[in-house]
Design a protein around this ligand. Structure first.
Ligand code: NAD
Length: 356
């Protein structure tokens, strides 16, 4: 099979880490008899410099024509002074909207070899954890009506949280489908003791759950979930939640894994096309120094194989190669303990390639 992949390398360390993932995809493709073709498109700060806008039409059209999209990261101090719509980050929101992506999947897993980097106590990390956060991406308070007005106590601002049954149903199905491929457990997170949107969320999730008798579902209030994530992250498998709760909890989950340089993500919509990217930013402080950890982007490419192309075996091979490289002691600067040998981005990529 031939798969067409749009590359949006972006800024800072974006180009280095995307090149690493491309090398890994090429080697995996050769091993399994698949052809991946790559076309690069500008977005973010580099697109502002080249075309005067963060998300040129050519990029949107190229991504829409591709089978999937691999993104590095956008942004950097050079463009920090720009206003709202002209900022590099606008490219991300624009791409998500253009591709109709409403689901964000973020796995957060503790690698036993890196348990020492986890900020949690050893008795908690000893149990390990491997969870998948499913965040709704296009609804809720980030997209609701907002504004300023004159209130009871003078000038005030407001933001509105709204969720439709349809939006909740479709994200719940993503979570239940994912749970079927994992341990069959879903934790649905809301604030149903206070919010009406959460009460609708809870009702709807339970109605969808009836279609999945093989999956168990539990409800958890968001404040409790924030506690449980640091108290006993091993109790979670698939977690499904709203846009804002997911934004906050997925960052909390990423921190307890030890390094953001390890964590991939996928954004999905109705079809099979998705947008795959590391969860970290463009790390301008280390761009061009060779210190970038390519792992999160390599694992994002593995997610693309699994979720967009249905190539689960091939994704397993990449994930196992990363596991083995870490177990063998391969470390980039962000995950090296004091005194440990530090590999460059290219050397780390080579270690993963050797294990495919
Ligand atoms: P960041 O994630 O880029 O960096 C935070 C820290 O983590 C830095 O010290 C950095 O060196 C380190 N780091 C990040 N990725 C790493 C990797 N792969 N290997 C080793 N170390 C890594 O966050 P920031 O500094 O707040 O943001 C920098 C720029 O990135 C900003 O312009 C921001 O807007 C943008 N950003 C983009 C995205 C995206 O494109 N999805 C996401 C977040 C931030």
């Amino acid at each position: 099979m031939e798969y067409r992949i749009a590359l949006v390398k972006g800024d800072g360390i974006g180009p280095e880490i995307v090149e690493s993932a491309v090398a890994v995809l090429e080697k995996t493709g050769a091993a399994f008899g698949h052809r991946f073709s790559f076309t690069a498109y500008p977005a973010g700060g580099c697109a502002i410099d080249a075309c005067g806008e963060p998300l040129p039409r050519e990029t949107v059209e190229g991504c829409l024509a591709a089978d999937s999209v691999l993104l590095g990261a956008v942004g950097g101090p050079k463009w920090d002074g720009l206003s709202g719509d002209r900022r590099p980050e606008k490219a991300l929101l624009g791409l998500r909207a253009a591709l109709g992506l409403y689901t964000n999947l973020r796995p957060a897993k503790l690698y036993p070899a890196l348990a020492g980097k986890c900020p949690l106590r050893a008795d908690i990390t000893a149990k390990g954890f491997d969870l998948l956060m499913v965040r709704e991406l296009t609804g809720g308070i980030y997209f609701g009506e907002r504004g300023r007005r004159e209130g009871k106590f003078g000038p005030e601002a407001y933001d509105t949280e709204a969720y439709s049954v349809m939006e909740i149903e479709r994200i719940a199905r993503v979570a239940f489908d994912a749970a079927r491929k994992r341990s069959g457990r879903v934790t649905s997170i809301d604030k149903a003791n206070v919010l009406e949107t959460s009460r609708l969320w809870r009702e709807t999730v339970h109605r969808v759950a009836e279609e999945y008798p093989d999956v168990t579902v539990e409800d958890m209030l968001v404040d409790n979930a924030a506690m449980q994530l640091v108290r006993d992250p091993s109790r979670f498998d698939v977690v499904v939640t709203t846009n804002m709760f997911g934004d906050i909890l997925s960052d909390e989950a990423s921190q307890i894994t030890g390094s953001i340089g390890l964590l991939p993500s996928a954004s999905l919509g109705e079809g099979t096309r998705g947008l795959y990217e590391p969860i970290h930013g463009s790390a301008p402080d280390i761009a061009g120094t060779g210190k970038a950890n390519p792992t999160a982007t390599i694992l994002s490419a593995a997610m693309m194989l699994r979720y967009s192309f249905g190539l689960g075996k091939e994704a397993d091979v990449i994930e196992r190669a990363v596991d083995e490289a870490l177990l063998a002691g391969c470390r980039t600067a962000d995950i090296a303990a004091p005194g440990e040998k530090m590999l460059t981005c290219a050397e780390m990529t080579e270690e993963v390639l050797e294990r495919i």
